[in-house]
Design a protein around this ligand. Structure first.
Ligand SMILES: NC(=O)c1cnc(OC2CCCC2)nc1N
Length: 322
């Protein structure tokens, strides 16, 4: 085997085991074996930099610090979401949708409380990642995003696509980070969302690499050469390509089932290992989304449901959405 073949073999093996461990949470080899392969790849790439590829797992360690972030103009506008606070407002949303495109199927997702990012893949390789910014221009944080182990550096197929996802910090990692910061006399992060934002917008990727960030991909923004009919199909497709997709995806035949699922999410969300700040309701049929279109800043085919501010732990288990 040539040096180049060995480097490519190590790269593909490490990317596979990274996927098994960080995306599927189903490691196939002991950490020691992974670390030994990584150590060999680092050494070989240092000796033969000409064989290093953009999807090499050595890039997850984090490169040199930069002075500032480059602004990045999003290929697809990163829209925000209108909010609903009551059952009535959800039913108003449903009436508006149905008056325009007739009966629809909805999908309910958790609204992960992190920061939204756009990931661009060219020929299956992760090339540019950026924060949302004002929806039109964000910051190029590609090297920091490469340190997030659940972001694939190469897709299963050589596709050109753009996805949106929410980068977050698990609650346990947030608490551990603040404990360390307190011991070092550093300022504490107010919540996991701020900790995730501060960690992703670090000028030194080696610091980002240590911050235990994770991601759930929740929207296929654009794809070339693949026809998809529904949002659920799109997320299934993204899962097959190697992305980590939000685990709670409930298809609902009508707004009554949406309200039922929103009430169910309320009962489980405190036990999740990450913060959520509501639920997101989306029209499943992609063609109907096109017909519904968007206002200046929000899609007409989606709405966020925000739970009433957390009360102290009283017996509100089965409160019905008012
Ligand atoms: N924080 C989330 O988990 C989340 C945010 N936004 C969306 O969808 C928006 C994005 C594009 C239009 C609808 N879905 C989500 N799951």
């Amino acid at each position: 085997m040539t040096i180049e073949e060995r480097i490519n073999e190590l790269r593909d093996k490490l990317n596979h085991h990274n996927y098994m461990y960080y995306v599927l949470d189903r490691p196939e080899i002991p950490d020691y074996e992974y670390d030994m392969m990584m150590r060999e790849l680092i050494k070989l790439e240092e000796e033969h930099p000409e064989f290093k590829t953009p999807d090499s797992p050595t890039q997850r360690i984090g490169g040199e610090p930069i002075k500032e972030f480059e602004p990045f103009t999003h290929v697809v506008v990163m829209q925000s979401l209108a909010n609903a606070f009551t059952e009535g407002e959800l039913r108003d949303f449903d009436r508006r949708v149905r008056s325009s495109v007739g009966d629809v199927e909805y999908v309910v997702e958790l609204k992960i409380d992190g920061l939204s990012v756009e990931l661009i893949y060219e020929n299956g390789i992760f090339t540019i990642g950026s924060t949302r910014g004002d929806g039109y221009v964000g910051e190029n944080v590609t090297n920091n995003l490469k340190t997030i182990k659940s972001i694939p550096l190469r897709l299963k197929d050589n596709l050109n696509l753009i996805v949106r996802g929410e980068v977050f910090m698990p609650r346990a990692s947030f608490e551990k980070l603040n404990e360390e910061r307190e011991l070092n006399g550093e300022s504490l992060f107010a919540n996991p969302r701020n900790a995730a934002a501060g960690s992703l917008r670090q000028l030194n990727p080696k610091i980002t690499a240590k911050r235990d960030l994770d991601i759930f991909v929740f929207n296929l923004q654009r794809i070339e050469g693949v026809e998809l009919k529904t949002h659920v199909e799109a997320l299934e497709f993204l899962k097959e390509q190697g992305f980590k997709v939000s685990p709670h995806l409930k298809k609902c035949k009508n707004i009554d089932e949406v309200i039922e699922d929103i009430n169910y999410i309320r009962t489980i969300r405190d036990s999740l290992p990450y913060d959520t700040d509501g639920a997101v309701v989306k029209v499943n049929d992609l063609e109907k989304r096109e017909i519904l279109g968007s206002t200046v800043k929000d899609p007409r085919w989606a709405i966020a449901f925000k739970y009433p501010a957390e009360r102290q732990k009283t017996k509100v288990k089965d409160i019905i959405v008012q």
